[in-house]
Design a protein around this ligand. Structure first.
Ligand code: ADP
Ligand code: MG
Length: 307
């Protein structure tokens, strides 16, 4: 169930969509692929699933090279493309049954269909036309389609895009459930989603991998660049006095006598702030280090304000 991506490059005309992308995913990981629009996420997913060929580099799925044995490895992959293309005139069960035939499920088909209808929660909709379903249920049908042949690797391109908050949670739960025994790679714009369900985060920007690791690792990578500290005094303290503490880069008043302080240093500034308060006779009510939010990490890495 492993995916090995090695030095993938893809160019569309002048546009370099992927620039020497490499990473390995081992069994059972749920990987969140993040990146701004146009970063190359869909291109990468299309290459992994064999719908598009790379210019150079290789993709290995469970020991199959995607360029050599195209059809062998497809059995191992389930794919939900961006925008979830479905045949809207077909009925849900009819469509899934047709997909099952393509994968030559044979005798197993009937059992697998009812199993999947259960997993994805579309029992009540199976007799309906796909075109009449809400977006959330269409996504479920798309997931059922991707899972029908029981692949070990699932590639989902923005599976929760365009859904309302309740539908997002439902689809997320389905993905989480599936992720227990499969390798899942999915792209999303919802950072909380990645924090909630991914064991690993890969951020790509302009065709390059700019971060790769667990949630904590990715945050640490970025927070190495900056520290955030919240300080609340019992008294009014001037900005000048705070700025004079060694290592303080910015000080922003965020509430009455409460400051958001940043520092470009690795050294924990809290000791210096404590001593400052002690020496000046101020009372500290709060002195807390704040982890960077994933959102901030994402912006640091993709807006080009890395220092
Ligand atoms: P993402 O999914 O991260 O939004 P894409 O992989 O869709 O990004 O696109 C990456 C870049 O490659 C974009 O600049 C996009 O315009 C370009 N691109 C993608 N597919 C094609 C294509 N078939 N022809 C030309 N350019 C493409
Ligand atoms: Mg895309």
């Amino acid at each position: 169930m492993s995916i090995g991506i090695s030095h993938i490059t893809k160019q569309f005309g002048e546009q370099k969509a992927l620039n020497d992308v490499s990473f390995n995913i081992s069994t059972g990981q749920v990987v969140g692929l993040l990146g701004p629009n146009g970063a190359g996420k869909s291109t990468l997913m299309r290459i992994i699933t064999g719908y598009l060929f790379q210019d150079s580099g290789s993709v290995d799925i469970n020991g199959h090279n995607t360029q050599d044995t195209r059809f062998d490895f497809r059995r191992e992959i389930g794919y939900l493309p961006e925008n979830n293309p479905l045949y809207t005139d077909m009925y849900v069960k009819e469509y899934l049954s047709w997909v099952a035939s393509i994968y030559k499920l044979g005798k197993e088909k009937r059992r697998r269909l009812s199993e999947l209808i259960g997993i994805t929660g579309i029992g009540d909709e199976q007799g309906k036309k796909i075109g009449s379903l809400s977006k959330g249920y269409r996504q479920r049908v798309g997931l059922a389609q991707a899972l029908i042949h029981n692949p070990s690797v699932l590639v989902l391109d923005e599976p929760t895009s365009g859904l309302d908050p309740n539908q997002i949670v439902e689809i997320r739960n389905v993905i989480e459930e599936i992720g227990r025994d499969k390798t899942v790679i999915f792209s999303t714009h919802i950072l909380q989603e990645v924090e909630a369900i991914c064991s690993r985060i890969i951020i790509i920007n302009k065709g390059l991998v700019v971060a790769d690791g667990t949630n904590t690792e990715v945050k640490a990578l970025s927070s190495g660049l900056r520290q955030n500290i919240v300080v609340e005094f019992a008294e009014k303290v001037s900005r000048e006095a705070i700025m004079a503490i060694e290592g303080v880069e910015t000080a922003t008043l965020i509430d009455t006598n409460c400051w958001w302080i940043t520092s470009g240093r690795l050294e924990d500034l809290r000791g210096k702030i404590f001593n400052f308060a002690k020496n000046a006779g101020f009372t500290l009510l709060t002195l807390q280090k704040r982890d960077l939010q994933l959102e901030e990490v994402f912006q640091n890495l993709t807006l080009g304000n890395r220092n």
